[in-house]
Design a protein around this ligand. Structure first.
Ligand SMILES: C[S@@+](CC[C@H](N)C(=O)[O-])C[C@H]1O[C@@H](n2cnc3c(N)ncnc32)[C@H](O)[C@@H]1O
Length: 231
């Protein structure tokens, strides 16, 4: 888990990722006075950033290590153990819902959206952010192996292509006025190497990527699907 947090932290620090998180907060509307839940909050950064922007922010995550890390890193944040399917929140008690890089881990994202509807007050806003694991772009001298490895990694998740369905998922759950944006993160440094190591442990393929990293030729592009809508 700590290595996932380390990878998330390195990615979060990229200027494009900082801008993308800020955009996801903007799409929740005017934050001061709002109560926003960040579902699958991981290490808690979004909760701290939402609070800095004046929102009452609550982070929810089922991972005890994640909640412990979030509480340690952001002691003034509010973090609760809980699951996207069964949030530890009263019905209609939040005005904003956010989930970042979480829905691909769920076997039934539609059920999580029904739960989002339950906790959101009427007129509340929702923002979903995530990558489509079939569309991660990696430069390699062996594109066939690259395609196989990327797809094998995608297939390890319950809902690898959910990001391309964010809009339809929200419409099907009864949300309205969806706004769809795709922002591509480009990684050419240590974060790219860390990511390819999370995709596979294939030594030959990783050796090429390591050499590319050494010679400043590693290249990874990740389209991030950001969709917001009205409850
Ligand atoms: C890739 S991390 C993303 C963390 C954070 N949102 C971020 O952007 O850094 C995925 C997070 O989703 C959490 N998660 C996994 N299954 C979940 C579920 N059923 N409900 C809510 N969160 C879940 C994991 O514990 C983990 O913290």
């Amino acid at each position: 888990m700590s290595s996932l947090l380390a990878v998330l932290d390195a990615g979060d620090a990229q200027p494009a990722a900082v801008r993308l998180r800020a955009r996801s907060y903007d799409l929740l509307g005017d934050l001061p006075g709002q109560t926003v839940v960040d579902v699958g909050c991981g290490g808690g950064r979004a909760v701290a950033e939402l609070a800095e922007r004046g929102a009452g922010a609550i982070g929810v995550d089922p991972g005890p290590e994640m909640i412990a890390a979030a509480r340690k890193r952001f002691p003034s944040g509010e973090f609760r153990h809980g699951d996207a399917y069964d949030l530890p929140l009263e019905s209609g008690s939040v005005t904003g819902y956010r989930a970042d890089k979480v829905l691909h881990l769920l076997d039934d994202p539609a059920r999580a959206m029904a739960e989002a509807r339950r906790v959101l007050a009427p007129g509340g806003r929702i923002a979903l952010l995530g990558s489509d694991w079939d569309t991660i772009v990696i430069d390699s001298d062996d594109p066939a192996t690259t395609r196989r490895l990327v797809h094998a990694k995608a297939d390890s998740f319950p809902s690898p292509r959910i990001a391309r369905r964010h809009r339809n998922l929200l419409l099907d759950a009864g949300f309205t006025d969806p706004v769809v944006e795709v922002h591509t993160l480009v990684l050419t440094d240590d974060t790219a190497l860390a990511l390819v190591h999370r995709i596979t442990d294939d030594p030959a393929w990783l050796a090429e990527q390591t050499e590319r990293h050494r010679t400043d030729r590693i290249f990874v592009a990740i389209p991030m699907f950001l969709v917001a809508a009205q409850g």
